[in-house]
Write a protein that binds this ligand. Structure first.
Ligand code: ACO
Length: 332
């Protein structure tokens, strides 16, 4: 594609809900232990929304922090994309509601549904609007509140997820300064529904007088095998495209699904531990929020520093996966 402009990642921010749920708290809900959860997932605690919080309130928080950091007026936003699979409402979309809350009245808005790959799909989508000259300032938010879609008695799923939001401001710059070096997106229909959040009330309208719970259903082993197959493959595709080796990448930023997946994949690819960022211990798997959350966290803790090359990979329901390489020059 002819690139008339470049893409710059001006500011990353995140927002977490107030309620902390530790592994020990889960021991009161079902038979489990901190040791079982930590050794299999790397998670010690996660955050969940209170009755006063929602995916939208977290998105507003992350968006406002991002715009303040970048010193950009919400009225200067051309486009808002929200990547989520747990929207507050089926419509209006999260992005339309967010526009009103932050006063970004000159933007057009849409949501993007690619589960845990949503942020990666969102960056590549936003970049096309910059490259073709249509937009200058794009706000991308990744947000999910899986705590409302989990059967809290189903121990194999309940231990994994947490709620959160992360945001990035993506701005137009000169083509020669483009920070997005390359991307690679993929989809493989999950015909066996190994990872699904059904919407039973739509499929079975006659159930309307009963409470029809919509809960995440997961075949953990199949998801693990999918992740350790596709993530190394997409990383290699990206490295080959730009002719770089793992040693020449500063940070590997994987979707924070499970520490065991992160460790297995990074060892397979021969990245060393100092290159691999992680915050799953404190927040669990936050789905579309996980990549911006771990980036914002790592920047704040000065673990991730610009200028750097960061390789981002998302993978999740769909099945979807994708990676991209950012030559990040830092906050605005
Ligand atoms: N506490 C204690 N025991 C448990 C728990 C729990 N929370 N959950 C399951 N068990 C039990 C099972 O019932 C089973 O008992 P049994 O042997 O008596 O039948 C035993 O532990 C082993 O169960 P497995 O499912 O074989 O456990 P496994 O070692 O595979 O670990 C896990 C399960 C952690 C889910 C693993 O399959 C995994 O990491 N899968 C990847 C899934 C993932 O990361 N999903 C993230 C969301 S999707 C995404 O973001 C892309």
């Amino acid at each position: 594609m002819q690139k008339n402009y470049g893409v710059k990642f001006t500011a990353f921010s995140s927002a977490l809900p107030s309620v902390v749920v530790k592994n020990n708290d889960l021991e009161k809900l079902f038979s489990t232990s901190d040791e079982w959860i930590y050794t299999r997932t790397g998670i010690r605690e996660r955050r969940v929304v209170s009755d006063k919080e929602s995916g939208l309130s977290l998105s507003v928080d992350a968006a406002n922090k991002t715009l303040a950091k970048a010193k950009v007026d919400p009225k200067d936003l051309d486009l808002i994309i929200v990547a989520t699979t747990t929207p507050d409402k089926l419509y209006p979309s999260m992005s339309c509601m967010l526009q009103g809350k932050i006063g970004a009245k000159n933007s057009f808005c849409f949501d993007l549904s690619a589960a845990c790959s949503g942020f990666i799909y969102g960056i590549t989508t936003a970049a096309q609007y910059i490259y073709n000259g249509e937009c200058k300032n794009i706000l991308l938010v990744g947000v999910d509140i899986h705590s409302r879609f989990i059967d809290w008695s189903e121990r194999s799923v309940a231990v994994l997820f947490g709620d959160g939001a992360g945001a990035v401001l993506i701005q137009r710059c000169l083509a020669k300064d483009d920070e997005l070096m390359c991307h690679s997106l993929h989809t493989e229909s999950d015909v066996d529904l190994d990872l699904t959040l059904p919407n039973e009330n739509i499929l079975y309208p006659n159930h309307k007088n009963e409470i029809c719970p919509d809960f995440v259903k997961m075949n953990g082993k199949a998801v693990y095998q999918f992740a350790v197959r596709v993530v190394p493959d997409v990383v290699n595709k990206i490295l080959n495209k730009v002719n770089l080796t793992p040693k020449e990448i500063d940070y590997l930023v994987l979707h924070q699904a499970n520490q065991r997946i992160i460790d297995t994949v990074s060892e397979k690819l021969k990245f060393n531990k100092t290159q691999v960022v992680s915050n799953i211990e404190k927040v669990g798997n936050t789905s579309a929020a996980s990549i911006p959350l771990v980036i914002a966290d790592s920047i704040e803790k000065k673990i991730l520093k610009a200028p750097c090359k960061m390789l981002l990979v998302g993978f999740g329901a769909g099945l979807t996966w994708g990676g991209l390489l950012i030559n990040w020059q830092g906050d605005s």
